[in-house]
Design a protein around this ligand. Structure first.
Ligand code: PMP
Length: 442
C-alpha cells in the first residue's frame, strides 16, 4: 500500500546492510548472533551500552561475560591510558605480566605460575598440549556438549543431537561440531556424561590409561549452568589418581564466581587452569595457570620446552594493565557483593515465575544466570537443551527483553557487572517475567 509511510531505517539496520558487503555474517560468533541483526554498539558506560541509534541498553551479555566491571570502568581506562603512552608491543618481557601473574597466584596458590595468551581458545589448546607433553599420551576426555572454545578436540560433541548422541554402547558419542573435523580428532576425544557418575566411572575405567587429560567446567553453561554432581567429580578425581591423567579446569567464564576462581568452590585441585575473559579487563586474553611442576612443561628458559607456547601479542602491556586493574577492583568484597546480587536476581525471577504459574526457572551461580523454559529438571547438556517449542520461544523472549532495553545472550543467559545494583536486578527480573508471561499467554 503506497500511501503507507515506511518506517525510516535505523542506523543499526543501515550498518548491517553495509557490513554484509564486506564481512560475511558480521563478526559475531554464530551462537551469539540473532535476527534480524543485533543493534550496533556505539559506546558503553558502566552497565550500559549506547547503540548507534542512541538507545541505552542494560548490558547483561557483557561481551560474553568478559566484563565484570561493565564498560569504560574508570580504573581500567586510567590503567590503559598510562600504559598506551609507553608503547603497545615490545617482543620483550615486561613487568606488567609479572604483576598480573602475581595477582593470580595471590588469589589462589594453585595458580602459582601463569603463561598468558590471547584467548580462552588458545588457553585450552595450550593446557591440552601441556598435558600431552607431560604424560606422553595424546587422547583427552571432555564432558558432553560443554563449550571450551574452538580448538578441534574441545569442540567435540558441542551441539550433538538426540538422533546421534548415544554410541552403540549407550555412552555419549564423539560427534564432530565443525564440518571437516578430522576423524582422528573424534577417535582421540572421549565424551563423558555430566550427570551420570556410574557411567562416567565406567568409561574412565576403560579409557583412563590412554588419556592425557580430562577437561571440565564444573558449572558449565551448556550443561544448563547447573553444578556438576559431587559423585561425578569424585569419579574424575579417582581416574586421575589411578591412571595418571591430568585435570584441566576451564575457568574462562567461571573464574569470576570466587576470589580464587571456581576450583576451590568444588574442591578441585587442577593440574592446569584455563583462564580468560575478566582477567584481561576487557582486552583480548587467555592464560594457563598451575603449580610450578606442571607449568615447567612450558619453560623455555633452558632451551626448547616440551611444549612451546608463544604468540606475537601474548602478555601485551595493554591487556596486562587492564587485567590487573580489573582484578584489583574485583576483590573479596566485590566478588561477594556481585554473587549476592545474582542470588537476589534468581530468587526474584524464580519466585515471580512460580507465583505466576509460569513453567520457567532461572539457573546459575553467583553473577551468572541462565533461563530455562519448561518444568523438567535440568542436570546436563541433554536436559538443558531446549525442546523444539522452546527453541522457537527463546528468540521471542530474547527480543522482548531487548525491546524492554536489556541485552541477554540469545539463549537468555547473562552476567551481572559491578556497576549494577538492586535497581538493575529488579529491571531484569521484571522484564523476564513479563516476556515469559506474554509468551505463555500468546
Ligand atoms: N572456555 C569457556 C568455558 C568459554 O565459555 C569460552 C568462551 N566463551 C572459551 C573457553 C573460549 O574463550 P575465547 O572466546 O576467549 O576463545
Amino acid at each position: 500500500n503506497n500511501t503507507e509511510m515506511e518506517a525510516p531505517m535505523t542506523r543499526s539496520a543501515a550498518a548491517f546492510l553495509r557490513e554484509q558487503r564486506v564481512v560475511p555474517g558480521g563478526s559475531m560468533r554464530h551462537a551469539s548472533w540473532f535476527p534480524p541483526h543485533p543493534p550496533y554498539a556505539a559506546r558503553g558506560e558502566g552497565c550500559w551500552i549506547v547503540d548507534l541509534d542512541n538507545r541505552r541498553i542494560l548490558d547483561c551479555a557483557n561481551n560474553f561475560f568478559s566484563l565484570v566491571h561493565g564498560h569504560a570502568f574508570p580504573p581500567i581506562v586510567a590503567a590503559l591510558t598510562d600504559a598506551i603512552a609507553n608503547g603497545t608491543a615490545f617482543g620483550l618481557p615486561m613487568e606488567g605480566e609479572i604483576a598480573l601473574a602475581e595477582a593470580l597466584a595471590a588469589r589462589n596458590p594453585r595458580l602459582a605460575q601463569t603463561r598468558f595468551c590471547n584467548s580462552g581458545t588458545e588457553a585450552v589448546m595450550a593446557a591440552i598440549k601441556g598435558a600431552r607433553g607431560t604424560t606422553g599420551r595424546h587422547r583427552i576426555a571432555k564432558f558432553e556438549g560443554c563449550y571450551h572454545g574452538s580448538y578441534d578436540h574441545a569442540e567435540v560433541s558441542l551441539e550433538s543431537k538426540p538422533e546421534e548422541w548415544d554410541d552403540a554402547a549407550g555412552n555419549p558419542a564423539s560427534i564432530a561440531y565443525a564440518k571437516g573435523t578430522p576423524p582422528a580428532v573424534l577417535a582421540d576425544t572421549v565424551v563423558l556424561p555430566y550427570a551420570d557418575a556410574d557411567r562416567c566411572a565406567a568409561i574412565l575405567k576403560r579409557e583412563g590409561p590412554t588419556l592425557a587429560a580430562i577437561i571440565l567446567d564444573p558449572q558449565a553453561s551448556k550443561a544448563g549452568m547447573v553444578p556438576m554432581p559431587a559423585e561425578v567429580i569424585a569419579a574424575v578425581k579417582e581416574a586421575c589418581r589411578r591412571d595418571g591423567i591430568l585435570l584441566i579446569v576451564d575457568e574462562v567464564v567461571n573464574f569470576r564466581l570466587g576470589l580464587g576462581g571456581i576450583s576451590p568452590l568444588f574442591g578441585l585441585e587442577p593440574d592446569f587452569v584455563t583462564l580468560g575473559k575478566i582477567i584481561g579487563g576487557g582486552l583480548p586474553v587467555g592464560a594457563v595457570s598451575g603449580p610450578a611442576e606442571r607449568m615447567a612443561v612450558f619453560n623455555h628458559a633452558q632451551g626448547k620446552p616440551k611444549v612451546a607456547l608463544g604468540g606475537t601479542f601474548s602478555a601485551n602491556p595493554l591487556t596486562m594493565a587492564a587485567g590487573l586493574a580489573s582484578l584489583t577492583h574485583y576483590d573479596e568484597a566485590a566478588v561477594a557483593r556481585l554473587n549476592a546480587l545474582g542470588e537476589a536476581l534468581r530468587q526474584r525471577v524464580n519466585q515471580g515465575m512460580e507465583a505466576a504459574g509460569l513453567p520457567c526457572r532461572m539457573a546459575g551461580a553467583g553473577s551468572l544466570f541462565r533461563l530455562h523454559l519448561g518444568a523438567r529438571k535440568v542436570a546436563d547438556y541433554r536436559s538443558a537443551r531446549p525442546l523444539p517449542a522452546e527453541t522457537e520461544a527463546l528468540p521471542r523472549i530474547h527480543a522482548a527483553v531487548l525491546e524492554a532495553g536489556i541485552l541477554l545472550t540469545p539463549n537468555c543467559s547473562g552476567a551481572l557487572s559491578t556497576p549494577m545494583g538492586e535497581a538493575q536486578v529488579a529491571q531484569i527480573a521484571d522484564a523476564l517475567i513479563q516476556a515469559v508471561t506474554a509468551e505463555v499467554r500468546a
